[in-house]
Design a protein around this ligand. Structure first.
Ligand SMILES: Cc1cc2nc3c(=O)[nH]c(=O)nc-3n(C[C@H](O)[C@H](O)[C@H](O)COP(=O)(O)OP(=O)(O)OC[C@H]3O[C@@H](n4cnc5c(N)ncnc54)[C@H](O)[C@@H]3O)c2cc1C
Length: 607
């Protein structure tokens, strides 16, 4: 019966058409293997398109003191030293070449006066490092990769969703999914599969992530036997819109602060000067004037505290709000309009540097950012944890299964620096494509098991069978309750008792999800899609909660009110979750491999 489903056969199947997936597909295709690319939305609409501020690469175009060593040290410091140091090294070394390659493929970057790719300041980066296109860098990246990719003979299946991975014994053999328009099942046979499915922000109520960010790739890999790494590290970006409620969570780029925007509480105080972590003191400006000079390119000035790492800035905002010094709608003020005190034509300058932010606030909040401060607060933005991969090849612990981009873990450690994701997509997308193609060339195709497919189809259709029964609920309420619970109990500030409640809550939500029903037929049925996404959300929510309970310290994107300090033993550990033989999620700690002496030396030199 399984053979009656439409079947496709590729050497390499890439799941996801964001920056990582497109870059992987291009590389694999260039290596001479057949490539299929599946994505939930239309080609060109992946979440990457939303990226604003830029991609970090130590090209040294604006400040020639920059080089891979500084970038490596910044990334490790930002990640609080639990990063996969090999990935951080490769990323810092290879990012410039990947950016120039993108330029050669047609990306139109902003320029310095002498015609080089312009680079801007961003939190945690010592020098101006982010290659950008205004505040629409993701759009340019996707446009360029898409244009380049479609000429490579890649077959694209857009608006299709993968619901399960298929295996032959231990190794990967393909994937099973459906097209969202007609709801018809599809089988993909593949020698190698690259997961590039992005993040999981939709596990939380307030998020900057697009609807696609439901952690599918994390869950697919987990259920296929791959390991997840450090899932407790979630990045809450300090500046999301908070008003009006309909736009809550939408990102306000760090580029605003990079261009001189400052954070103030309701008393008008620049509260970020109140709390500068020791390991950043020597790099942070001592007064507002020095901070301003830094944003205007003065190489002798140090960065303002608004450009400290995101985890820290988010917690400072949280502290101000909790102390009753917040803005009227529960955030703080982010002000770029004040630069009119410093430069002529400030309004035009802001519109030129931050065109999307200007329009975003005009259209969504009826607020002119050239004249008034914005109200902002933390929003769930990025997951540093994810599928565990080999740092060189991006292969997971399942042979033939690769992961790249936001769904993969390691590079960013406990906290990602802004701009390091887009360069991550390019560097490790390229590597995943290269090594997936190599795997496909060196291995024959695995066998697809019909019974496995029938079981996947049966499970996917279950919500329709329950539609007639009384007393069952649809998936939306369950998803909503999950998002609320994660926001309240496993959010920006965590405590053991609350997370234990979350674990219990997850059990209840899982029971409800197992009984959920959908109405109607399979044609573009959003309720059905949500019911299927819900399984992934529940898997990743459990991994986040279990890992967060296990890490009894505060580090980066993981802050424990009951363990507010760093712990020396935890500093040397990654936390790994894996599906046990009984189907239950298992957790273990694993020591981080020792860093080679030359990299330790780089970190010492850059202190
Ligand atoms: C508003 C905003 C601004 C940002 N700005 C920056 C920035 O300036 N610099 C920076 O470095 N980072 C930035 N980031 C982060 C960065 O954009 C993301 O981390 C990155 O784009 C993720 O890329 P990706 O290729 O891993 O996945 P995505 O771009 O999220 O793409 C995932 C792909 O997987 C597909 N997919 C998912 N599940 C399935 C499934 N089950 N079946 C089939 N397909 C599936 C999706 O349809 C999509 O095509 C920003 C994020 C946001 C939200």
């Amino acid at each position: 019966m399984a053979t009656s489903y439409e079947t496709f056969e590729y050497d390499v199947l890439v799941i996801g058409a964001g920056g990582a997936g497109l870059r992987a597909a291009i590389e694999a295709s260039a290596a001479g293997v057949t490539v299929g690319l599946v994505c939930k939305s239309l080609l060109g609409k992946a979440h990457t398109v939303m990226a604003e501020g830029g991609m970090a690469a130590a090209m040294g175009n604006v400040d020639d003191r920059d080089n891979w060593k500084v970038h490596f040290a910044d990334t490790m410091r930002g990640g609080q030293y639990v990063n996969n140091w090999r990935m951080a090294e490769l990323h810092a070394k290879e990012a410039p070449a990947r950016v120039y390659e993108l330029e050669a493929w047609g990306a139109v970057f902003d320029r310095t006066k002498d015609g080089k790719i312009l680079q801007r300041n961003f939190g945690g980066h010592r020098y101006p490092r982010l290659a950008h296109v205004g505040d629409r860098t993701g759009l340019e990246m996707i446009r360029t990769l898409q244009d380049h990719g479609i000429h490579q003979g890649i077959t694209v299946h857009m608006e299709w969703t993968i619901v399960t991975l298929l295996k032959d014994g231990d190794r990967i053999a393909g994937a099973f999914g459906y097209d969202r328009e007609r709801g018809r099942f599809k089988i993909f046979k593949a020698k190698a599969v690259v997961i590039a499915s992005g993040g999981l922000g939709r596990a939380y109520r307030i998020t900057s992530n697009s609807w696609e960010g439901t952690g599918d790739g994390h869950a697919l890999a987990f259920h296929a036997g791959a390991e997840l790494l450090d899932m407790e590290f979630i990045q809450f970006h300090p500046t999301g819109m908070i008003w009006p409620p309909s736009v809550q969570g939408i990102l306000v780029t760090e580029g605003v602060r990079g261009e001189g925007g400052v954070l103030r509480n309701k008393e008008g105080r620049r509260f970020m000067f109140d709390d500068i972590p020791d390991n950043y003191k020597s790099q942070t400006s001592s007064d507002p004037e020095e901070g301003w000079r830094y944003t205007q390119g003065d190489k002798n000035a140090r960065r303002p505290p608004e450009l400290l790492t995101r985890d820290h800035v988010a917690r400072c905002i949280n502290r101000e709000v909790k102390a009753g010094r917040g803005s009227p709608h529960g955030g703080v003020f982010l002000d770029i309009s004040w630069i009119k005190e410093k430069i002529p034509n400030a309004a035009e300058h802001i519109k030129k540097k931050l065109p999307s932010m200007y329009h975003q606030f005009m259209q969504l909040a009826n607020l002119d950012i050239t004249k008034e401060p914005m109200e902002v607060g933390p929003t769930t933005h990025y997951v540093m944890g994810g599928v565990r991969v080999n740092g060189e090849t991006q292969m997971t612990t399942v042979p033939g299964l690769f992961a790249a981009g936001e769904c993969a873990a390691g590079l960013h450690g406990a906290n990602r620096l802004g701009g390091n994701s887009l360069s991550d997509l390019l560097v490790f997308g390229q590597r995943a494509g290269e090594f997936a193609a190599k795997f496909a060339k060196e291995n024959s195709a695995g066998q697809i098991n019909d019974a496995e497919i029938e079981e996947a189809a049966r499970q996917a259709l279950e919500p329709f069978e329950r539609s007639a029964s009384a007393g069952v609920e649809g998936p939306y309420q369950i998803q909503h309750d999950l998002q609320n619970m994660m926001q309240e109990l496993v959010g920006i500030v965590r405590r053991e008792d609350e997370m234990l409640r979350a674990l219990e809550g997850l059990g209840t939500l899982r029971d409800r999800a197992q009984k959920t029903a959908v109405q109607g037929h399979r044609e573009y049925n959003n309720g059905w899609h949500t019911a299927l996404d819900l399984k992934h959300l529940l898997t990743v929510a459990e991994a986040i909660t279990l890992s967060a309970l296990e890490r009894k310290e505060s580090r980066g994107g993981h802050f424990r009110e009951d363990f507010p300090d760093k712990d020396a033993a935890d500093a040397k550990m990654n936390i790994i979750t894996k599906k046990g033989p009984d189907g239950v999620m298992q957790l273990r700690r694993e020591p981080i491999p020792d860093m080679p002496a030359e990299l330790k030396q780089v970190i010492e030199e850059m202190k």
